[in-house]
Design a protein around this ligand. Structure first.
Ligand code: G6P
Length: 363
């Protein structure tokens, strides 16, 4: 058992640690002459006036991140829908819609149903799947694979990270074809993506510090995650990861929404994890941080534009510099490790959390 886990106490930690290599392999497959690259090159994005991304769980959260990246780089309309909602809403899609399905297993019942519904309506389907030969990989019109290898822990980590980088590369490829960025900009963006694995490795050397911080957090009743723009998108994944494995109540909110209700939940014994990689919004998120601290919360700030002094109310973890569009790949590493160590400190069954399944194949 321990050998299978590569000496780690849980598959989840092993899979977190595998991420630099998984990213490297996935990036390779989508640039140069990799198999994914051929699929991406064959997809004529100029045929479409809209992209709909649909998925469940963490794969849905990857889609929310992608919406920000696609819209920023490609200036094309992107909708993100939970597959369980999309399949029943009589979606407004047609042959000018590209529907992207994201799934680690390729067998999630709602995502399969969403894909079939999209095809019936004449949309073109592109799947991003980890398990080779799975239903969603086989039935979609186009399929690109994440090179995450088998993922054992129920809570996804490495497959999610691989989905993100494929989505970034897809966005860059589409932006070129749509004439929104130059060849030079394309090369610059691809080199920023190619630099991510080394940045992940650097971040993973901070494990002890994150573990130490997480050990102080097991007593919280509620932990909230906030961010703005793409930081909000990755906050959704941070919150999901934490609740899945630690059983601590958790929600993610857009920073600007705090005053519309959530702030009433902030009191002593609440932790707010604030994510800040969007330089232009740093002041805004810091004003949210001050608002929750003045109501008794403690704050953990995660980001790459942190010019703040830490004190007993405010702790921070710095991320390596990156293009903010690709920063979710760095934020998520800290969020995964934080959730993992909170759950580990509670002595929970991290790889098989209660009531959850790796793949939800029945509705
Ligand atoms: C389950 C898993 C999640 C996963 C979701 C979607 O809830 O526990 O980790 O994100 O299903 O699964 P899929 O295989 O479609 O990515």
């Amino acid at each position: 058992d321990s050998a299978e886990k590569g000496g780690y106490p849980h598959f989840m930690l092993k899979e977190i640690m595998e991420q630099p290599k998984v990213l490297k392999d996935t990036i390779q497959s989508a640039i140069n002459n990799g198999d994914n690259k051929k699929v991406i090159d064959n997809l004529d994005i100029t045929r479409f006036n809209k992209i709909v991304i649909t998925a469940c769980g963490s794969a849905y959260n990857a889609g929310v991140v992608a919406k920000y990246v696609f819209e920023r780089l490609c200036r094309i309309l992107v909708e993100v829908e939970l597959a369980s909602e999309f399949r029943y809403k009589d979606a407004i899609i047609d042959e000018k819609t590209l529907v992207i399905l994201i799934s680690q297993s390729g067998e999630t019942a709602d995502t399969i149903a969403a894909m079939r519904e999209a095809k019936v309506k004449g949309a073109v389907t592109l799947s991003i799947v980890n398990v080779v030969g799975s239903t969603i990989a086989k039935e979609a019109d186009f399929c690109i694979y994440t090179a995450a290898g088998p993922e054992i822990a129920v809570a996804t980590t490495k497959a999610f990270s691989a989905q993100l980088v494929l989505l970034y590369i897809l966005a860059v490829g589409f932006a070129v074809k749509l004439g929104k960025i130059s060849g030079e900009q394309e090369q610059e963006l691809l080199s920023q993506i190619a630099a991510l694995p080394a940045k992940l490795s650097a971040l993973l050397t901070q494990v002890d510090m994150i573990q130490k911080y997480a050990s102080t957090c097991v007593g919280y009743k509620s932990i909230f995650f906030i961010g703005r723009n793409i930081d909000y998108a990755i906050a959704l994944e941070g919150s999901l990861k934490l609740k899945e494995i630690s059983y601590i109540h958790s929600e993610a909110y857009a920073g600007g929404e705090l005053k519309h209700g959530t702030i009433s939940l902030i009191e002593e014994n609440t932790l707010v994890v604030a994510i800040s990689n969007c330089k232009q919004l740093f002041g805004k998120i810091m004003s949210n941080v001050e608002q929750v601290i003045s109501r008794g919360a403690k704050v953990l700030l995660i980001g790459n534009c942190l010019d703040v002094e830490q004190n007993d109310k405010l702790s921070s973890i710095s991320l390596p510099e990156s293009n903010e569009l690709f920063s979710p790949s760095l934020s998520v590493i800290v969020l995964q490790l934080f959730s993992y160590y909170v759950a580990a400190n509670k002595g929970l069954d991290i790889d098989k959390p209660r009531n959850l399944a790796k793949s939800v194949t029945v509705e």
